[in-house]
Design a protein around this ligand. Structure first.
Ligand SMILES: Nc1ncnc2c1ncn2[C@@H]1O[C@H](COP(=O)(O)OP(=O)(O)OP(=O)(O)O)[C@@H](O)[C@H]1O
Ligand SMILES: [Mg+2]
Length: 345
C-alpha cells in the first residue's frame, strides 16, 4: 500500500515542502512548494516571530494541497553537534552507549543533560578480536533547539514524525545509500551557512558547517557597489562568478567569499584523505539555493581540481513529464526537503 511522507525544510531564507508516495521501494512525487521565510523567523526565540513562521508553513502546505499533519523536518546543521568517533574497539550495544556518552562530553560544549544524543554505527567488527573497531556518527541536538522546532510545528498544527539534521537529509537525496557510489563531498550552500558532508559507501564520515552562505555573498556585493540588498541579490543571480561580465566587477566582489567556501572544502578533502587514505574524495556535489549561482560549478572545479556536479535530488523520484522543467529549475534548493520525504519509518 502506498503511503505519503511529507518532508518540511524550514530554512532561514525559504521554507520548502515535498510530499512523496512510498510504494514498495518506489518514490513518486505527490506535491512540492516553497515560500519565503519571514524575518527574523526561526532564528528568533520570540513567540511572535515563531508564530509568523508557523503562519508561513500553513500557507505553504495549503498551497501545495498537503493535508497530512505528520511531517518530517530537519534541524539546521549549525545548531547541532555532529562528530564521527572512530577510536573505539569492538563494543556491545550497551558498552557502546556508555562509551558514546563519555566521548560526547569531550566535543559537546554543553551539559549532557541539555542535549538529545543519537548515533548511527558506521562500521563495527563482528567480534572481540584484537584490532577490532567501531566507528559511529554521533549527533547531539540541544533540547532548547528541538523544543523550539516542536513549538513552531505545534503552532502550525503539525506533528513531527522524526527530526533529522539538514545534512543527513541532503545526503539521502543526493547519494542515497548506494555502497558503490564514489566517495563524495557534498557542499550545501544555504542562505546563512554552508554545510559539508564527506560521504563514502552511502555513509557520512565527516561533517562541518561554516557561517558563510548565500547571504554573505549578497552582502559582499551590496558593500562593493553600495547597492540595496535586493539589487545585490539580483546581480548575484544574474552575473555570479562569470568573469567576463561587467568587466569582472561582480566576480571581484564575490570571489573572496567563495574562496572561504572553497578553502574549507579543501580542508575537509584533505582531512578525509589523511583519515581514510585508501578512500579519497572523487567528486563534489554542489547543493542548496546557492548552487545555482552562474559560474560557481566551474570555479569550484578549478579550485578543487575535482569533478563538480550540481545537485539533482529528483533523480530517483518518479514524476510527471510536465513537471520536469519546473523541477530542474531550482532542483538544488529541494535537496533537504526531498531527503526528509525519502526517510523510511
Ligand atoms: N540563482 C541563484 N544564484 C545565486 N544564489 C542563489 C540563487 N538562487 C538562490 N540563491 C541563494 O540561495 C540562498 C538560499 O538557499 P537555500 O534555499 O538553500 O537556503 P535556506 O535553506 O533557506 O537557508 P539555510 O539553510 O541557511 O537556513 C540565498 O542566499 C539565495 O540568495
Ligand atoms: Mg537550508
Amino acid at each position: 500500500m502506498a503511503k505519503t511522507i511529507v518532508g518540511l525544510d524550514i530554512g532561514f531564507s525559504s521554507i520548502k515542502v515535498v510530499a512523496l508516495s512510498h510504494d514498495s521501494g518506489k518514490y513518486k512525487l505527490v506535491s512540492l512548494g516553497s515560500i519565503s521565510a519571514p524575518r527574523p523567523g526561526i532564528i528568533s526565540d520570540a513567540d511572535l516571530d515563531l508564530e509568523a513562521v508557523a503562519v508561513a508553513i500553513k500557507k505553504l502546505l495549503t498551497a501545495a494541497k498537503i493535508d497530512q499533519r505528520e511531517i518530517i523536518t530537519a534541524l539546521p546543521e549549525s545548531k547541532v553537534f555532529t562528530r564521527v568517533i572512530d577510536d573505539l574497539p569492538y563494543l556491545t550495544d550497551k558498552e557502546l552507549a556508555s562509551a558514546i556518552r563519555y566521548a560526547a562530553e569531550e566535543f559537546i560544549p554543553m551539559s549532557m543533560a541539555d542535549v538529545n544524543l543519537n548515533w548511527q554505527v558506521l562500521l563495527r567488527s563482528d567480534n572481540k578480536d584484537k584490532n577490532t573497531k567501531t566507528v559511529v556518527l554521533v549527533i547531539a541536538s540541544p533540547k532548547n533547539v528541538v523544543n523550539k522546532y516542536i513549538k513552531v510545528l505545534t503552532m502550525a498544527n503539525l506533528r513531527p514524525k522524526a527530526l533529522e539534521t539538514e545534512i543527513i537529509a541532503v545526503t539521502r537525496s543526493l547519494v542515497g545509500n548506494n555502497p558503490f557510489s564514489p566517495s563524495t563531498l557534498i557542499i550545501q550552500l544555504g542562505g546563512t551557512t554552508t554545510d559539508y558532508a564527506a560521504v563514502s559507501r552511502g555513509l557520512i564520515w565527516l561533517t562541518r558547517s561554516i557561517s558563510t552562505g548565500g547571504m554573505a555573498l549578497t552582502r559582499a556585493l551590496a558593500q562593493h557597489f553600495n547597492f540595496e540588498l535586493s539589487q545585490a541579490e539580483e546581480y548575484k543571480r544574474v552575473y555570479g562568478l562569470v568573469e567576463d561580465q561587467l568587466e569582472g566587477k561582480v566576480f571581484d566582489a564575490l570571489h573572496p567569499i567563495v574562496d572561504i567556501i572553497a578553502q574549507e572544502s579543501k580542508r575537509i578533502i584533505q582531512a578525509f584523505q589523511t583519515k581514510y587514505p585508501q578512500n579519497s574524495i572523487k567528486r563534489v556535489v554542489l547543493s542548496g539555493g546557492g548552487a545555482k549561482m552562474p559560474g560557481l560549478v566551474i570555479y569550484l572545479a578549478n579550485a578543487l581540481g575535482l569533478e563538480v556536479q550540481e545537485a539533482d535530488p529528483w533523480y530517483q523520484i518518479i514524476k510527471e513529464k510536465s513537471l520536469a522543467s519546473r523541477l530542474a529549475q531550482d532542483a538544488s534548493s529541494y535537496s533537504a526537503a526531498v531527503g526528509l520525504a525519502l526517510r523510511e519509518d
